[in-house]
Design a protein around this ligand. Structure first.
Ligand SMILES: Cc1cc2nc3c(=O)[nH]c(=O)nc-3n(C[C@H](O)[C@H](O)[C@H](O)COP(=O)(O)OP(=O)(O)OC[C@H]3O[C@@H](n4cnc5c(N)ncnc54)[C@H](O)[C@@H]3O)c2cc1C
Length: 626
């Protein structure tokens, strides 16, 4: 079958998705109103995104102060922290961090906090990752352990708990998971029963994997009141009695962070400590996890940068066969690929953080209270938070694995610290929702917003796909030519490829799609590649439009983006093929595959040469220097 007739047939097939309407004209930039999932259906102008090159002096100073704290207080005693021999050590460090103000970033000023913007919070998450397991400790305190009170607490609850959490005088933990309720968190069995006097709920049950649980003073506990179907949330003080933390879990990594079971036996919680509304606990838990997810992505970026720097330094020092191993192509491949993936993950992470800040501003200007606005703003980007939790944690897994490989036998030895990073990184793919759950969540949430809530019109975008395919004007069809036209077109095609495969799968499998998890996971990866590739190219476009850096630095960043896009297109094509092979048959399969290949052709660059240039720069800088 001639290629064009395949495409023509495919167009007919796709037009059956919706009655044929007038062909869409290419998308044009629309005014900036941050909207979750909308990246798929709009052409984002580079000018509207945040790029890490925009950190101001104040933000850099704050980040530097946290880095200095970690270098002085945490890194010299990592062994001791990990040994957990002194139970007072980590709580004491948390208090020191509190004295420096590091625990108060997300807490409103009225309650002793700094209340900095969301993106600055993410930057702290990135730098905090340098502290290995202490990052988890500080993360539980400043995120899942305290944000439920910030977002849902009454004024009285905030006044009672937040100032102490901000200084570290009160240590916080978040108790959602139970032995029988992990990913299926709403199935928890912990019960809250109102006492006959109606003054207290008596909590009974068992929580598991509770970070900071060994020393926390305040626990956010999710439990079902009486026979309720859904969870409620409570602020529970250790001092209430009836709470016993179990022994510290023996773990693969983050050994210095406290992880215990927590047992509740007739723990009396005053009725005034119900957080939010009865039965709203599960929704609250999910909303809090959105924040945790994107913060985790920022932390993963920090971990990647650290691992790359250590690898570059080792590769420059280590001599084999008469020269530094940094000069071998095999090592250069690892260093450059790790840097490209890190650069892309960073671009996407702070793009979302900034969107959240913009959405927050938009909502507060409409008169919505700051805590409600923050909550709504984060919820708006639940899709992107889930995407980045998976993506960045998997980039970290790749980077630490390659870092260990660059170190050879020394990577396997305790003394270089690489094996600690390798072990510690593994948890990021599990907590705050596993990679599988977050992949499914990103697609499910997108389709819910598109098909059920009618918030995003995905089908309209799909109808425009055949047009630009037929015209076969890949370079300039949507982008209007100009700088990076080929890359911008490929980014657009990554989005269209997701829509092509995703909407066809949804149309064909309907409700059964949710059961076809393998297909959903492949769609999630296509969605992630579209978002991350777009983010990194918007960053490049913006940097070139408003150059503030040396030409060499700009060029290097462009090369990183090219390396990323090369892999991204290959990955998305492969995922699309697998998905189509999974749900389509016969002629339809042939047509869909032909369309997919038309959308995602090979990106014509020389990846080996690009990686060598990047590695050469890394080696000269002797660190991750982007
Ligand atoms: C070190 C550590 C610290 C933690 N800290 C906290 C904390 O502070 N507070 C807290 O509440 N929890 C915490 N957790 C719990 C963590 O969030 C859970 O471990 C995680 O959500 C997964 O639950 P699970 O371990 O029960 O795995 P399971 O839910 O049993 O999952 C096992 C496997 O099955 C997969 N799976 C499950 N359901 C599905 C499905 N529907 N479809 C496809 N695949 C599925 C999962 O992806 C995973 O691969 C922590 C865990 C660890 C290990």
């Amino acid at each position: 079958m001639a290629y064009n007739s395949v495409i023509n047939k495919a167009i007919h097939l796709l037009k059956k998705v919706k009655p044929a309407q007038e062909e869409q004209t290419p998308a044009t930039p629309t005014p900036f109103l941050p909207k979750g999932g909308a990246f798929l259906v709009r052409l984002t102008p580079a000018a509207e995104i945040f790029v890490p090159e925009m950190w101001n002096e104040e933000q850099k100073l704050m980040a530097d102060s946290l880095q200095t704290f970690i270098e002085q207080e945490i890194l010299p005693i990592l062994e001791e922290i990990d040994s957990q021999k002194d139970p007072a050590l980590v709580p004491g460090l948390l208090e020191k961090a509190g004295e420096m103000g590091f625990l108060s970033l997300a807490i409103p000023e009225a309650y002793g906090g700094l209340d900095v913007d969301f993106n600055t919070n993410l930057l702290f998450g990135e730098v905090g990752a340098l502290g290995f397991s202490f990052a988890t400790t500080i993360g539980a305190q400043t995120s899942i352990g305290s944000l439920p009170i910030v977002f849902y607490g009454t004024d009285e609850q905030k006044a009672r708990y937040l100032p102490g959490i901000a200084t570290g005088a009160l240590k916080a933990a978040y108790c959602l998971t139970e032995p029988g309720a992990g990913s299926d968190a709403n199935s928890g069995k912990t019960k809250a029963t109102l006492n006959p006097a109606g003054t207290h709920y008596l909590l009974n049950g068992q929580k598991m994997w509770i970070t900071n649980g060994g020393f926390a003073d305040v626990f956010i506990v999710f439990a079902k009141i009486e026979q309720d179907k859904d969870l409620s949330a409570f602020i529970v003080e250790k001092a209430f009695g009836g709470i016993s933390p179990g022994a510290e879990e023996k773990k693969l990594g983050i050994k210095g962070s406290s992880t215990v079971q927590v047992f509740f036996t007739d723990c009396p919680v005053p009725v005034g400590n119900l957080l939010g509304k009865r039965g709203d606990g599960f929704k609250m838990a999910l909303n809090i996890l959105n924040t945790g997810r994107i913060k985790l992505a920022a932390g993963a970026v920090g971990g990647c940068k650290m691992a790359i720097t250590k690898s570059v330094q080792y590769a420059n020092e280590r001599q084999q066969f008469g020269k530094p191993i940094a000069q071998f192509g095999a090592i250069q491949h690892k260093l450059a690929e790790a840097a490209a993936r890190t650069f892309a993950a960073e671009s996407a992470t702070y793009r979302i953080g900034y969107y959240i800040d913009q959405k927050y501003n938009e909502l507060t200007q409409k008169g919505i209270s700051p805590s409600e606005a923050k909550l709504q703003a984060i919820k708006e980007f639940a899709i992107e938070c889930a995407i980045m939790k998976v993506h960045a944690s998997e980039v970290l897994a790749y980077v630490v694995d390659e870092a260990l490989q660059v170190h050879g036998g020394m990577g396997y030895a305790v003394e270089t610290g690489i094996e600690r990073g390798y072990r510690d990184a593994r948890i990021t793919r599990i907590y705050e929702g596993t990679s599988e759950i977050n992949r499914m969540l990103s697609v499910a949430e997108l389709f819910k917003r598109a098909f059920k809530n009618k918030e995003i019109d995905l089908s309209a975008q799909l109808k425009s796909i055949p047009g630009h395919l037929l015209k076969n004007t890949l370079p300039n069809a949507l982008t209007g030519g100009g700088k990076f036209a080929a890359e911008k077109q490929l980014v657009q095609n990554l989005k269209d490829a997701f829509l092509l495969v995703g909407l066809r799968a949804a149309q064909k499998l309907k409700m059964e799609l949710a059961e076809q998890q393998e297909i959903v996971l492949l769609l999630a990866d296509m969605l992630a590649e579209a978002f991350v590739s777009e983010s990194v190219w918007l960053r490049i476009e913006k940097l070139y439009a408003e150059p503030t850096e040396k030409t060499e630095d700009l060029k290097l960043k462009k090369q990183l983006a090219r390396i990323y896009l090369y892999e991204s297109v290959n990955k998305a094509r492969r995922c699309g093929e697998d998905a189509i092979n999974g749900f389509a048959q016969g002629a339809e399969k042939t047509l869909l595959l032909a369309l997919l290949h038309r959308l995602l052709p090979r990106y014509e660059v020389n990846p080996i040469q690009l990686r060598r240039k990047v590695a050469d720069y890394l080696n000269r800088q002797n660190k991750y220097a982007f």
